[in-house]
Design a protein around this ligand. Structure first.
Ligand code: HEC
Length: 260
């Protein structure tokens, strides 16, 4: 064991009153549950975005930066719906979408094509097929997929910055009573998740411009999870199962602290 002496203000779990240990344990249990639900939610929301099952690098890129594959209408016209109309009509529709899908062109040139070629199936009577009747309905499938918009990112950012800091502050505070040597390692475990919150959230915006940054998002998330698990298990173990460290016992015996 390293010779680093105990800090004057350090108290081990065994020196804390039972009420405090119970409070810490309860808080750790609820936060642990919260973390598990957050993970389930994360996998559910992000996996499969790239068309393949499971959570992957591509899913994150699609979520933050968009698929880069144009609109749903364009994809349908080039793919499964290409047999529904002559190629020149399909090209006219695609170039209208790419130029911004304006209403005047729709009324004069686009609507007749849609009515003739598409409405037999897409008039809204079948709830499983997209309704292509009218400009407003068409507009919905012409939007380019550019990923989560900046305003949504800003909203989610501030919620995460406040929320995650609370979580890691609480868990870090509880963990500060653990006996861990070397001391720098303990400090690292407390500090890393906080650094990673900042990196994680900043990386969302960078992924929009530079896709490979999605690896940074994933790494930052992984480090946060690992730190959380490390602090959680060490805290619980030392609080209820592990033996009181020798240096703490010596201090208690010499009258330095009172067990309550
Ligand atoms: C014979 C019936 C029929 C006609 C006519 C038809 N579609 Fe479809 N369309 C379908 C069916 C069925 C689906 C669902 C297929 C799928 O999800 O793979 C679909 C799906 C779509 C989708 C949604 C794709 C997605 O992203 O989920 C779009 C957009 C679309 N059609 C556009 C058109 C356009 C534009 C026309 C006219 C040029 C057209 N369709 C004509 C039957 C039709």
């Amino acid at each position: 064991m390293s010779a680093t002496p105990l800090h004057r203000l350090y108290s081990h779990y065994s020196e804390l009153p039972y009420s405090m240990r119970i409070l810490y344990t309860g808080a750790l249990c609820i936060l642990g549950m919260g973390y598990l639900f957050a993970l389930i939610y994360l996998v559910h929301v992000y996996s499969g975005r790239d068309g393949k099952p499971g959570l992957s690098y591509e899913d994150l890129v699609v979520a933050y930066a968009g698929s880069g594959k144009g609109s749903r209408l364009e994809a349908a016209l080039r793919g499964p719906m290409s047999t529904m109309l002559p190629a020149e009509e399909a090209n006219a529709l695609i170039s209208w979408v790419q130029k911004g899908a304006d209403r005047p062109t729709y009324e004069t040139f686009i609507r007749p094509t849609i009515d003739k070629r598409c409405m037999a199936c897409h008039d809204g009577s079948n709830p499983h097929l997209v309704n292509l009747g009218g400009y407003d309905n068409i507009k919905k499938v012409t939007e380019q997929d550019t990923g989560t918009d900046i305003f949504t990112l800003v909203r989610v950012s501030h919620i995460h910055l406040f929320g995650m800091t609370f979580i890691f502050f609480l868990v870090g505070l509880i963990f500060s009573h653990a006996y861990v040597r070397p001391v720098w390692l303990k400090c690292l475990v407390v500090a890393l998740p906080l650094v990673c919150i900042a990196i994680d959230i900043s990386s969302w915006y960078v992924v929009k411009i530079y896709h490979p940054f999605a690896w940074v998002t994933m790494a930052a998330g992984a480090v946060q999870g690992l730190s959380f698990a490390t602090m959680w298990f060490i805290s619980m173990y030392q609080m209820w199962i592990g033996k009181t460290p020798k240096s703490v016992l010596q201090r208690v015996e010499s009258g330095g602290a009172v067990i309550g």
